[in-house]
Design a protein around this ligand. Structure first.
Ligand code: SAH
Length: 411
């Protein structure tokens, strides 16, 4: 029986992606960016309607609530730092069932605006009525970036992250809501986000999609495998899977990082990163995995508050307990996938918000030639020039640390 994808995955990747087909994430392998699909730009209101209607689904909210690493991280970040919330005005961007608003109220917030744009807002109202006799939480049905509030807020909490962090583009709304509603010295929960990537080996996937076709009742049907991979790549669906840590064949490296208090819209529209990495064991280079971490570690102007703050991290990588985000893999079909320990491989990944449907990104992976293509500086690979440069930089850092400070000199 075919495996049924999880619901958030089903609704947010499959249904929406199939409808816009080529205009969704393009899991392409090319030396140049993929051509933009020649489809008319979708009506923004229609895209939003479809998106918000997909959140009027109880199972999606249950899936998120039952994602323990996710919900526990928010609970811990808010309740272990209740001093930060006491007496404060909070906005919950995309409140859903209201779980984060309820945590904030429990932590002692004076007022929580629970803003939800989907029709689920009516259930949210009922949940809040049941759990908030004191009337701390005010439910607002609308888009956080469009509604008006009677006052600026001290804290914005939000669970806005999609697959590979950016899918759904809710970060755009968060940035606009922050600019409109957050006090100058306000803080964001979470405060930072980081996208990682690493080379991966995908034996089960290759077995299922390629090797199987090599011998079907004794007949070689490999052309089907080629078609399967071609369809997958041009059809625009990267693989969303829970990988094991042992499937990574390079040390994870940072693709990009955001300080959510300051990140601007243009920094999330189009991203690109060139990487050369050293392979950590003999194996097969089947693709590049992408995932993200979030930190709850805001910067406070008050040093005492900063010192007392208990930082929390939400990790969605292969070495962390699985979450509903899993990892996104761009598969790299090649005849010879064999790689050796210490061999250097390179790639460039671009993520571009789709012009036709800004809720989606086009992901594009181009393989690079470590001998011919220029390496970034600094570079994480162990090729002689990059390793030498890294050693020099390290020495410079060490030397700087050894410079005595002014007090030492005077004593
Ligand atoms: N905070 C809840 C739900 C997170 S899912 C939880 O942690 O369980 C994200 C929610 O944000 C969805 O319910 C979606 O409908 C809502 N949302 C997305 N963009 C929004 C926007 N611009 N304004 C208000 N709500 C939004």
């Amino acid at each position: 029986m075919p495996k049924r994808p999880d619901l958030r995955e089903f609704v947010l990747v499959k249904r929406t992606m199939e409808q816009v087909n080529m205009d969704s994430a393009t899991n392409g392998i090319s030396s140049s960016p993929p051509p933009q699909a020649k489809k008319p730009k979708e009506d923004a209101a229609k895209v939003d309607l479809e998106y918000f209607n997909s959140y009027d689904d109880i199972n999606i909210h249950k899936l998120m609530l039952q994602d323990k690493p996710r919900t526990d991280a928010y609970e811990k970040a808010i309740l272990d730092n209740s001093d930060v919330f006491k007496g404060k005005i909070v906005m919950d961007v995309g409140a859903g069932t209201g779980i984060l608003s309820l945590f904030c109220k429990k932590a002692g917030a004076k007022k929580v605006y629970a803003v939800e744009a989907s029709p689920f807002a009516s259930l949210l109202k009922e949940i809040v009525e049941l759990n908030d006799e004191e009337g701390v939480i005010e439910v607002i049905h609308g888009k956080a970036e469009e509604i008006d509030l009677p006052q600026q807020v001290d804290i914005i909490v939000s669970e806005w992250m999609g697959f590979y962090l950016l899918h759904e583009s809710m970060l755009d709304s968060l940035i606009k809501a922050r600019e409109k509603h957050l006090q100058d010295d306000g803080v964001m929960f979470p405060s930072h986000a980081r996208i990682y990537c690493a080379a991966v080996q995908m034996d089960d996937y290759m077995e299922d999609n390629v090797s199987y076709w090599q011998n079907v009742y004794g007949f070689n049907m490999l052309p089907v495998a080629t078609r399967v991979l071609e369809n997958k790549l041009s059809g625009g669906q990267p693989e969303v899977q829970n990988l094991k840590d042992s499937q990574l064949i390079s040390v994870p490296s940072v693709f990009t990082e955001y300080d959510l208090r300051w990140v601007q819209l243009d920094e999330v529209k189009s991203l690109s990163d060139k990487k050369f990495v050293s392979i950590t064991r003999d194996g097969k280079f089947h693709g590049v995995a992408i995932w993200f971490d979030c930190d709850f570690k805001p910067m406070f102007y008050d040093e005492e508050v900063s010192e007392k703050f208990k930082a929390v991290k939400l990790c969605t990588g292969p070495s962390a307990p699985p979450t509903h985000w899993k990892q996104t893999v761009i598969v790299v079909p090649r005849d010879d996938a064999d790689v050796e320990k210490d061999e250097v491989v390179g790639w460039e990944i671009t993520m571009q918000q789709s012009e036709n449907n800004p809720r989606h990104y086009q992901l594009c992976l181009s393989l690079l030639d470590p001998e011919l293509d220029e390496h970034p500086v600094p570079c994480e690979c162990k090729m002689a020039r990059c390793a030498l440069f890294a050693a020099l930089m390290q020495k410079e850092d060490d030397d700087l640390e050894e410079v005595p400070n002014i007090e030492d000199v005077s004593s």
